[in-house]
Design a binder for this molecule. Structure first.
Ligand code: SF4
Length: 329
């Protein structure tokens, strides 16, 4: 593994069993994440986008072993997170943190802010008593909250402030890698930019590496260095942000991009509306998972699964039609 690689995911699969009948027999599986490989380098923000239910949150949780994997490897600084003992994993938790989508339900309503943010310091034996209180106040200030907020409870804050508390709880442990799972999805539009800017500032200040999960392509473009597009548990396209937004290759990515709101009236006219619903991940289509909705489907697409391959300059796409160097055959 190269020195600047922080996470290397190899063929990760996460299936959830579907149980039916009197004896709760496993009759099928939801293939939430299906053979995903991804490299995340130190200091970068990897954006992970896709429609709701495409497996991006499951991937974020599985790679940190918050969910047990079905198979694959999640190498963090060359150590497989999946094969660590409970004790080793607990130690590593300090370095690997998670920001949740819903800033309200992820905060314990019975604890005040000082207790919520300071709890992890006590759990990891990093600070107690007065020192802990000082560290909490410091990190609250970094997150744009005042010292007097420390004694208040989650219900006394707005959505944006609650997400700041969630971020403070994450940063107080001085992590190296953070999975931010739709961190702005439940916030007002006016607050979303503030939180994303705050995360950007923290990235430089604390030397963080992010996996930023979102269905908001505009925000992903703003914050990410690289972007992976997921469809039905698989990566459809992966590239630097600049290349992906300038010249998307996979038909699914092109359709997603066309839905980004634009003040350019002509651009709005070119919107591609995908037909049909996302197929069930318990019964994915044959061949290319996208073929029932793809405007370019060929016979080959129904039979043969396209491999995610480099079409040049580290731009990867999983589509039979995309040729080397970009463009469709
Ligand atoms: Fe469309 Fe075929 Fe490409 Fe799949 S492989 S995205 S169905 S053209």
């Amino acid at each position: 593994m190269e020195a600047d690689v922080m996470f290397q995911l190899k063929n990760i699969q996460k299936f959830f069993p579907i149980r039916t009948g009197l004896f709760s027999r496993v009759t099928a599986h939801v293939r939430a994440v299906d053979k995903v490989s991804l490299t995340i380098r130190r200091g970068e923000t990897m954006g992970l986008v896709g429609e709701s239910g495409c497996g991006k949150s499951t991937l974020g949780r599985t790679m940190l072993h918050l969910l047990s994997p079905t198979s694959g490897e999640s190498l963090y600084k060359n150590r497989d997170v999946f094969s660590l003992s409970t004790q080793e994993l607990r130690k590593l938790r300090r370095e690997l943190q998670f920001i949740f989508q819903d800033p309200y339900s992820s905060l314990n309503p019975r604890l005040n802010v000082s207790e919520i943010v300071g709890e992890a310091l006590s759990v990891h034996g990093l600070a107690h008593g007065r020192e802990r209180d000082e560290r909490v106040k410091e990190i609250l200030s970094v997150c744009g909250l005042a010292p007097q907020h420390a004694k208040r409870y989650p219900h006394e804050f707005s959505g944006g402030q609650r997400q700041r508390i969630g971020i403070a709880r994450t940063l107080v442990l001085n992590p190296e890698f953070v999975v931010a799972d739709e961190p702005i999805a439940s916030l007002d539009v006016s607050i979303q930019a503030q939180i994303v800017n705050l995360m950007e500032e923290h990235k430089d200040q604390f030397g963080l590496t992010y996996l930023f999960i979102s269905h908001d392509l505009s925000m992903v473009k703003y914050i990410s260095d690289h972007v992976a597009v997921m469809y039905l548990g698989k990566i459809a396209e992966l590239s630097s942000t600049a290349a992906l937004y300038k010249d998307p290759q996979h038909p699914y990515t092109i359709a997603l991009m066309s839905a980004i709101p634009s003040i350019d009236v002509d651009a709005q006219k070119k919107r591609i509306v995908l037909q049909g619903d996302v197929p069930s991940p318990s019964h994915p289509p044959s061949g290319c998972y996208f073929h029932p909705r793809c405007p370019y489907t060929m016979e080959r697409c129904r039979i043969e699964e396209p491999k995610l391959r480099d079409i040049g300059g580290g731009h990867l796409a999983a589509c039979h039609l995309v040729q080397q160097g970009g463009g469709r055959l």
